[in-house]
Ligand binder design. Structure first.
Ligand SMILES: NC(=O)c1ccc[n+]([C@@H]2O[C@H](COP(=O)([O-])OP(=O)(O)OC[C@H]3O[C@@H](n4cnc5c(N)ncnc54)[C@H](O)[C@@H]3O)[C@@H](O)[C@H]2O)c1
Length: 339
């Protein structure tokens, strides 16, 4: 059984540990956090989605190895896979080390903050013994998996418009306070939708974005139009500049020639399908959030020693490139080509 070490036990470390806890053959043998109070379970950080990062994992288990130095955990020969849930600026250093140490490397998004850094990670994968995947959870979110299938099969005809929205208040802590470190909501939050747009429709020809900074010096709220030859309207809005108490919105509306699909995470029936001359129906999808499904998928890949078919570091690097083009468009007021 693959032996897993989780690096960074904040919101996402806890979210991943909860997911591993639901997978029968997931074998967490080690955890690491620089903060001893986090490592002991005294301090816990929850997520912004209900049911996320509940902290159900038992950090007191006597078999569990605990590290405060990530490099020590990475170089432990009794660990096969490293799951990196560190603040974004730490991604590159630890991911390169994990790949160089021959470990299967699963890492939170965004892959990195610059195109040069993403290239360094791609270079590190070239001769790596282990597999790599970026935790692009929306690709594994059941109602979004459903959407991808309908777009591919053209079940309801072609897509006329697709709009995505992901808006929250600011996390108000740690590296999220520093625009240079987190990349603002553009790179941290909105990248989920940018990545999903690319996953659905391929690389856009160009992007046109508007936005502003509020919580950090980076772009904290933006709206982008993704330009495609064959789809009339693709947009996404993302931000974390709402006043505290706003909560978290995660929505899509996709208008096909013969149906409209609407997802709203805040609704009791999150996915509704409206079709011509038919009653509107709630679409039932698999339970569990994307975090569980992405981890389950990567563990399957590791078990079969097969590189993931998507969401690899190289794939994730393209989404960083698009977001950086969006930021450039906000800053210049001009469209940015991605050709
Ligand atoms: N997929 C998603 O939906 C999603 C949601 C939130 C955050 N993220 C991403 O996940 C990553 C982590 O975010 P988070 O909210 O969990 O952060 P966090 O601040 O809650 O947790 C980070 C943890 O890492 C520890 N840490 C920091 N530096 C360390 C080091 N050098 N060695 C060991 N431990 C160290 C901190 O003590 C903290 O416990 C970020 O890149 C973020 O963008 C993804």
């Amino acid at each position: 059984m693959v032996r897993i070490g989780v690096l960074g036990l904040g919101t996402m470390g806890n979210t991943h540990l909860d997911a591993y806890g639901k997978i029968a053959d997931a074998n967490i043998v080690a955890v690491c956090d620089i903060d001893p109070d986090v490592l002991s379970g005294k301090n816990k950080t929850e997520g912004n989605i209900e049911g996320q990062a509940k902290g159900a994992f038992d950090l007191q288990s006597p078999e569990l190895k605990k590290f405060t130095d990530g490099m020590e955990m990475i170089n432990d020969p009794d660990i096969d896979m490293i799951d990196i849930c560190l603040p974004t600026p730490e991604h590159i250093r630890y991911a390169v080390a994990a790949l160089n140490a021959g470990k299967h490397t699963f890492m939170e998004k965004p892959l990195a903050r610059t195109v040069a850094d993403t290239q360094q990670l791609i270079d590190a994968t070239a001769n790596a013994k282990g597999l790599n995947m970026c935790a692009l959870c929306m690709r594994f979110w059941p109602q979004w998996v459903w959407l991808k299938e309908q777009v591919e099969k053209q079940t309801f005809g072609k897509v006329l418009s697709a709009t995505f929205k992901r808006v929250a208040s600011h996390p108000g802590r740690g590296f999220y306070l520093n625009g240079g470190e987190c990349g603002g909501a553009a790179l941290d939050l909105h990248i989920h939708d940018t990545d999903f747009v690319k996953y659905l429709f391929g690389m856009p020809k160009s992007v046109i974005s508007q936005g502003y900074s509020k919580e950090t010096t980076a772009v904290d709220h933006l709206s982008t139009q993704y330009i495609y030859d064959d789809i009339p309207l693709v947009t996404a809005e993302g931000g974390w500049s709402m006043t505290d108490g706003f909560g978290f919105q995660m929505l899509y509306t996709v208008n096909f020639e013969k149906a409209t699909a609407v997802f709203d995470i805040g609704k009791p029936e999150p996915l509704m399908l409206h079709q011509v001359d038919k009653e509107s129906v709630a679409v039932t999808c698999e339970p569990e959030m994307g975090y569980y499904h992405e981890i389950k998928y990567f563990l399957e890949c590791v078990k079969n020693n097969t590189m993931p078919s998507h969401a690899t570091f190289a794939d994730a690097a393209e989404s960083v490139k698009i977001v950086l083009a969006e930021v450039q468009s906000v800053q210049t007021g001009l469209p940015v080509s991605l050709d």
